[in-house]
Design a protein around this ligand. Sequence first.
Ligand code: AMP
Length: 196
Amino acid sequence: MTPEFSMCVYCGSRPGEQPQFAAAATAVGHWIGQRGGQLVYGGGRTGLMGTVAEATRAAGGRVIGIIPKALVDRELANTLCDELHIVDTMHERKAMMGERADAFVALPGGIGTFEELFEIWTWRQLGYHDKPVGILNVEGYYDGLLGFLAHSVRAGFMGEWQMDLMHTLSEPEALLNWLLDHRGGQGQSGLLAKNV
Ligand code: AMP
C-alpha cells in the first residue's frame, strides 16, 4: 500500500536526559503509523532515532532509513527498516532524506540534528524545495535557539520571512497536523537534487 505521506524526522542519536523527549519521539512515531504514513530518518537504532522508528513500526507505519556506511556500526543501522539505504556520504544521506520526504520535523537532538534542520531550512529559503519545516519544542528544549534566532532578526542578519518558513509548536499532534496540512513540494525535488 502506498503511504499517505512521508515525514522526515531529525532527532538525537542519544535519548537525552528527560523522559519527555523519548515520549515525544514515541508520539511522533505513533502518529505517523496511525495516519498510514511513512517515516524517513537517519536509519539508526540509537537514542531518539531508534525510538521514533520503533514507534512508527509498532503503529503499522513504513520506515525508510538512510545511513552513511561509516555510521552503520556507530549508529546501529536499523535492519528492521522497510527500506534501509546505506549510502557513501553524509551529503547523499541528507539529499535522499530531502527527496523522499513531504515535510520535515526536528525533535530534540544535538549537533547532527541542528545541522540537518538548518540545512533543510536554508534550502527552503533558497527555493530548492517548498516543503514545510517544523521544530517540536519539547519541554522548551529549543527556547534558547529560538531566542538567538530572534536576536539575529533584530540584529539585521535575518528577515521575519525566513523565520516564517519554520513552524514551532510544543505538542506533537498539533505540529504534525500543521505540517501535513501545509505540504507542498510537488515538482520541487528535482531542483533540490540539482543544488546539493
Ligand atoms: P545528533 O543530533 O548529533 O545526535 O545526530 C543526529 C543525527 O544527525 C545522526 O544520525 C547524525 O549522523 C546526523 N548528522 C547529520 N549531519 C551531521 C553532521 N554534519 N555531523 C554530525 N552528525 C550529523
